[in-house]
Structure formats: structure tokens, C-alpha cells
Write a protein that binds this ligand. Structure first.
Ligand SMILES: C=CC1=C(C)c2cc3[nH]c(cc4nc(cc5[nH]c(cc1n2)c(C)c5CCC(=O)O)C(CCC(=O)O)=C4C)c(C)c3C=C
Ligand SMILES: [Fe+2]
Ligand SMILES: [Fe+2]
Length: 366
């Protein structure tokens, strides 16, 4: 059949609201073969690498996938826990926490699933699980506070690739960003204050965001502006002066110019100029992952010390903090507003009798 439908579909099924929590994804294991598979999917995405396909495919298969998997696997081993990759472990905890909160706060039934853009659980699996639970309305929350074509739009592409195979497309809301949401800014500021209380305050606060090629900004991607705004709002909330904080961009990939200043150079420069203590936070990530734990808390903390600094204190992502999950639940609830009978089953399907009538009228057998 060309178009798919829910397994065991019945015309009198109870409809519910479906919530898809989407994040980037992570390899299945910290091994070279698992990394090769993950990076092959990730780096083949034209939203991530905007280069002519034939040129890039030759570089990807001829060079990148022969060299990077081994190096990346070693980096993943540094952060891997007994339960698996931090991004997945935290993603599952976030999904559970948001599910519990929504079930308490919504009148109608709700189903919440996690899906990863690359690797597993895949976008197709997450969406099919929601459909199997009767989700006729769908809200998608890509867990990226700042919109970027390379992340948020890529999630949309994967969503569309799956949904275009469905017979019955759910009603849809897609959350594009929440970079300046007051509650998100307050969560970040509170996490910084708590860190200062526990570990003391460093000489400066560095906001380090994942970078993208500068070309994407010049071609209209709002990511850079949204990162700067998040940092400025947090600094305002903490009543910092302009000298107290700075923004930089990490995780460069490839040879072209990326968003500047680069985090590794900034941190090295700070240490060389005599700074002894530095606080670093990564508000572009909703969950700690390779890029924060290995690259910032590991590698960049080493650069800081090697160049004369004494301690780089990494402030963890909001992860499954309850204020973060409350904030994301509020955001989801806001986005289902305006739907007839917000959050509940679609109008006309509320009582089972009406559904059965409709099934009869259609002459359906079930
Ligand atoms: C938070 C936003 C992210 C943006 C923007 C982003 C852009 C981007 N990333 C790459 C290349 C890689 N990123 C990798 C890991 C990675 N990236 C993000 C988030 C953003 N990326 C996360 C959360 C992670 C970690 C995943 C985990 O499993 O913990 C990797 C893989 C690791 C490695 O080999 O270094 C690559 C590669 C590009 C090219 C890009 C912008 C165009
Ligand atoms: Fe990345
Ligand atoms: Fe990295």
C-alpha cells in the first residue's frame, strides 16, 4: 500500500494529543562502526552540510567516514555511562517528566514520545508510536532553544519525510524556537546562581554555543542572532555588566569560517591574559552531550589550565531539572492553545457515540 495507517485502526478509537520531543540523536555505542553509521546519516543531511552533493559525497565517503569515526568514538567513550549516551539518557528522562506533567495538566488524553533526528529512537519510530496511541493532533518540540536550519529545520524535514507516507495526517504544530522565552531565561539564570552559590563565582561568564558555518548566517539563518539574544537576556536577568560575560561558538567542523569568536581560542586567550577562574555555560543545548561534557568540561578545561588558568567551572545544561521540565510543559501547553478543545480530542470526536455514528455512516466494519 502506498500510504500507511495506524496498526489495527478502528473507527471508534479514542483520539489523543501526541507530543513528539525531538533531539539530534547519538550513536548506538561508542565504537568506530557505530560512529560510522551515525556520522554517515548525520553528515549526509543537506541541512547540515550545504555543499553541492557530488562534491560533498566524495569528501564524506573518501575522507571523513574513514578518519572521523575512530576519533569520535574515543571522545564518546569519555562521556558514555552505564545507561548509554548522555543525550539519550537525558532525553528519555525529559520525555518522561514532560509526559507526567502534561497528563496532570491536560483534560484530555495525551501521548508523549522521544524521537531522534539521527540514530534511534528514529523520527519514524516516535511518530508511529504516537499514531498507534491515537494521536490525531501532534505538537513537535525540537529541543533546540535557538532556531537553526541545521537542527530545527532538519527535524522538520524528517517529520515531513515520515508524514508524507501517512494516509491520515495529524493536525500539526511545530515549535520553532524558545530562545527568548522568559521562563527559559529564568531557568538559565537560576541554574547559574545556584552554581555560583555552590562553587563560587568565576572572573567571567562565557556563553558557549554550538557554531555553524558563517555562510549560513549570511544566507539568512537566525541562529546567531538568537544565541546573542539568549545570552544578553540571561546577563540582564543576572544584572551583569558588559565586562562580566561574553559569547563564543564551539565545535567547529571542516575548513570554512564558522561563527566567531571560537570557544577554544577565547578560553586560551583568557588564560594567557591572566584569568584564573572562568564559568562556562552552554545554553544552546537542552541536554548535556558530547559537545558539552567532552568538549567543554573536558578538552577546553584542559586548554584553560595548560595556558595558566586555575579552574574552568562548567555549568551543566538544564537537562531534567524540574524547573526546565515545567517550563517546557508550559511552552507545549501554550502551543496547543487555540486548537478547538485545546489539548483534548478533536471536536466532534469527543463522545464515543458520535464516533460510532460516523463509523456506521461510513459503512465501516469496525
Ligand atoms: C545545539 C545545536 C547544534 C547545532 C547548531 C549544530 C550544528 C552542527 N553540528 C555539526 C556537526 C556535528 N555535531 C555533532 C554533535 C552534536 N551537535 C549537536 C548540536 C548542534 N549541532 C549535539 C547536541 C551533538 C552531540 C550529540 C551527542 O551524541 O552527544 C557531531 C558528532 C560528534 C563528532 O563527531 O564531533 C558532528 C559531526 C555541523 C556540521 C553543524 C552545522 C552545520
Ligand atoms: Fe553539531
Ligand atoms: Fe565536538
Amino acid at each position: 500500500m502506498r500510504y500507511t495507517a495506524k496498526e489495527g485502526f478502528r473507527h471508534d478509537d479514542t483520539p489523543r494529543l501526541g507530543v513528539l520531543i525531538a533531539n539530534l540523536g547519538t550513536p548506538d555505542a561508542p565504537t568506530t562502526p557505530a560512529l560510522r553509521k551515525y556520522l554517515a546519516q548525520f553528515l549526509a543531511d543537506p541541512r547540515v552540510i550545504e555543499l553541492p552533493r557530488i562534491v560533498w559525497r566524495a569528501i564524506l565517503h573518501g575522507i571523513v567516514l574513514r578518519t572521523r569515526p575512530k576519533k569520535s568514538a574515543a571522545a564518546y567513550r569519555e562521556v558514555w555511562s552505564e545507561d548509554g549516551s548522555p543525550l539519550l539518557v537525558t532525553g528519555l528522562a525529559q520525555t518522561r517528566g514532560i509526559g507526567e506533567r502534561l497528563a496532570e495538566r491536560l483534560e484530555g488524553p495525551v501521548a508523549v514520545e522521544l524521537a531522534m533526528r539521527y540514530g534511534s529512537p528514529s523520527m519514524a519510530e516516535g511518530l508511529q508510536k504516537l499514531r498507534d496511541q491515537g494521536a490525531e493532533r501532534l505538537v513537535v518540540l525540537p529541543m533546540y532553544p535557538q532556531y537553526s536550519g541545521s537542527t530545527t529545520a532538519s527535524t522538520f524535514d524528517a517529520l515531513a519525510d515520515e508524514l508524507k507516507q501517512w494516509r491520515w495526517i495529524p493536525e500539526l504544530r511545530f515549535i520553532g524556537q524558545y530562545h527568548d522565552d522568559e521562563r527559559y531565561i529564568r531557568c538559565l539564570a537560576d541554574s547559574i546562581r545556584e552554581h555560583w552559590q555552590a562553587h563560587g563565582r568565576g572572573e567571567k561568564l562565557l556563553f558557549s554555543f554550538h557554531g555553524t558555518p558563517k555562510r549560513y548566517l549570511l544566507n539568512g539563518d537566525p541562529y546567531h542572532c538568537q544565541c546573542l539574544k539568549t545570552a544578553r537576556l540571561v546577563a540582564e536577568e543576572l544584572e551583569l555588566t558588559r565586562d562580566d560575560w561574553m559569547v563564543s561558538f564551539q565545535s567547529r567542523f571542516g575548513n570554512e569560517e564558522w561563527l566567531k569568536p571560537y570557544t577554544d581560542e577565547t578560553i586560551t586567550e583568557f588564560a594567557r591574559s591572566g584569568m584564573k577562574t572562568l564559568d562556562v555555560i552552554c545554553p544552546g543545548f537542552s541536554a548535556d552531550c558530547l559537545e558539552t561534557l567532552e568538549e567543554i568540561e573536558g578538552e577546553n578545561a584542559e586548554y584553560f589550565e595548560e595556558n595558566g588558568g586555575e579552574s574552568l567551572r562548567y555549568i551543566r545544561c538544564l537537562n531534567d531539572r524540574s524547573d526546565h521540565l515545567d517550563m517546557l510543559t508550559d511552552l507545549l501547553l501554550e502551543h496547543v492553545q487555540g486548537w478547538p478543545e485545546a489539548g483534548g480530542p478533536p471536536r466532534g470526536l469527543r463522545d464515543q457515540q458520535a464516533t460510532r455514528d460516523r463509523a456506521l455512516a461510513l459503512g465501516a466494519e469496525n
